[in-house]
Design a protein around this ligand. Structure first.
Ligand code: DEZ
Length: 331
C-alpha cells in the first residue's frame, strides 16, 4: 500500500510506516505523477484534488486534515469511486481563539465593552456555534444567520441582510461553495452600519475584497482572496491581518491528523482507529469570563504582533504559515 501525505501535516511521521510506504511531499508540489500508484492521499488546503491530479490514479481515499474542502472536487471524486473525508470541526476551538483574540483587540483599541456590541455570526456550524456560545457568555448581543440550518431546524436564525443591518461586528464561518462565494459584497456592505467591522476566518473568496475597500467599513481578516498574493490596500488598511492561521492550534492540528488517520484506518482496515498523537497536550474546553480572557489571551496569542508581522512582510505569507508555532488552546 502506498500513501502520499502533505509533509506539513504535523504528528504524522512514523505512524503509518508500519503499514504502508509513505511519501511526504510539500502540498503545492504534489503532482499527478506522484499520486498515480498511490492508494491514498492525505492532504491540506494547498493541494488541488481534482481530475487533473487524480484521473488514472489508483487513489481510493482523499483525506484532508482540514475543515474546509473547497480544494477538493468532491463530485468528481465520488463519480470516480474515491472516498473523500474531512476533519470537520477539528480546529473549531483554534478559530474560536482567533475570534476571541480579535474581539479583545478591538474592544481595547476601539474602547467598547461586549454589552455595547451586536455580533453577527454567519455560518453556525462547528465554529460558528462555539463563537455564538462564548460570545453570548461574554455579554455580546449575538444574531445568527445560517440559511441551510434555518431551513432544516427552524431555530430562529435571521436572514443575512438583517444580521448585517444590526451587527457592529460581522464574523464569517461558512464553507466556500457556490452559495457563499462573495456572499459579502457591495449589496450587503451597503446595508451595514458605517464603521462596522467585517471579520473573516472562513475562506477569502466569501468576501469581495474590492467591495470591502469601497465600503466605509473596517475589517479583520485571516483569509484572503488569491492567497498568497494579498491585495496590498486590503492588507494595509485591515485592523487585523493574519496569514490564514485562525485554526492553527496544537490541539486543532492534532485532531486533524487523528481524524485523517482514522479515515485511513476505516478505509483500509488498519489497526489505527482511536489513534491520537501522544505528544499533543490535551484540550481543556471550559467557559472563560470576558475579564479573564482579556487578562490572559495576550500571553498565549498576541494577534496584534502577528498582524504587524504580516503587514511588514506580506511576501512571507506562506512561510509564516509553514513556520507557525501552533498556539495552545486553553479554553
Ligand atoms: O480548513 C481548515 O481547516 C483551515 O482553513 C486550515 O487551518 C487551513 O489548513 P492548512 O491547509 O493550512 O493545513
Amino acid at each position: 500500500m502506498k500513501i502520499i501525505a502533505d509533509s506539513a501535516i504535523p504528528f504524522l511521521k512514523g505512524v503509518l510506516e508500519p503499514f504502508a510506504e509513505v511519501r511526504y511531499l510539500p502540498g503545492k508540489a504534489i503532482s499527478a505523477a506522484d499520486v498515480r500508484d498511490a492508494d491514498a492521499l492525505l492532504t491540506r488546503t494547498r493541494t488541488r484534488c481534482d481530475a487533473a491530479l487524480l484521473a488514472g490514479s489508483r487513489v481510493r481515499l482523499v483525506a484532508t486534515a482540514t475543515i474546509g474542502f473547497d480544494h477538493i472536487d468532491t463530485a468528481w471524486c465520488t463519480a470516480h469511486g474515491i472516498t473523500v473525508t474531512t476533519a470537520a470541526g477539528c480546529n473549531a476551538r483554534g478559530v474560536l481563539q482567533w475570534v476571541a483574540a480579535a474581539l479583545v483587540h478591538l474592544s481595547r483599541t476601539q474602547g467598547w465593552q461586549p454589552a455595547e456590541r451586536t455580533l453577527g455570526v454567519v455560518g453556525v456550524g462547528h465554529v460558528g456555534s462555539l463563537v455564538k456560545t462564548y460570545a453570548e457568555a461574554w455579554g455580546f448581543r449575538v444574531l445568527c444567520c445560517d440559511p441551510p440550518r434555518e431551513e432544516r431546524e427552524r431555530c430562529g436564525f435571521l436572514p443575512l441582510e438583517e444580521v448585517a443591518r444590526q451587527a457592529d461586528i460581522l464574523t464569517f464561518h461558512t464553507p466556500l461553495d457556490d452559495t457563499t462565494r462573495r456572499m459579502a459584497g457591495e449589496e450587503l456592505f451597503r446595508r451595514m452600519k458605517p464603521g462596522a467591522v467585517v471579520m473573516n476566518s472562513s475562506r477569502g473568496e466569501v468576501v469581495d475584497g474590492a467591495a470591502l475597500l469601497r465600503s466605509g467599513l473596517e475589517w479583520a481578516l485571516d483569509v484572503w482572496e488569491h492567497e498568497p498574493d494579498l491585495d496590498p490596500e486590503l492588507l494595509g488598511k485591515a485592523l487585523l491581518a493574519t496569514p490564514h492561521i485562525a485554526g492553527y492550534s496544537e490541539q486543532g492540528k492534532a485532531n486533524a491528523t487523528a481524524m485523517s488517520v482514522a479515515a485511513l484506518a476505516r478505509c483500509f482496515g488498519l489497526p489505527l482507529e482511536g489513534w491520537y498523537p501522544p505528544e499533543a497536550a490535551p484540550s481543556v474546553p471550559r467557559p472563560i469570563a470576558w475579564q479573564e480572557l482579556c487578562d490572559t489571551i495576550g500571553g498565549v496569542y498576541d494577534i496584534g504582533a502577528e498582524s504587524r508581522r504580516l503587514k511588514e512582510h506580506p511576501g512571507d505569507f506562506e512561510s509564516l504559515r509553514d513556520r507557525y508555532a501552533y498556539r495552545r488552546e486553553y479554553f
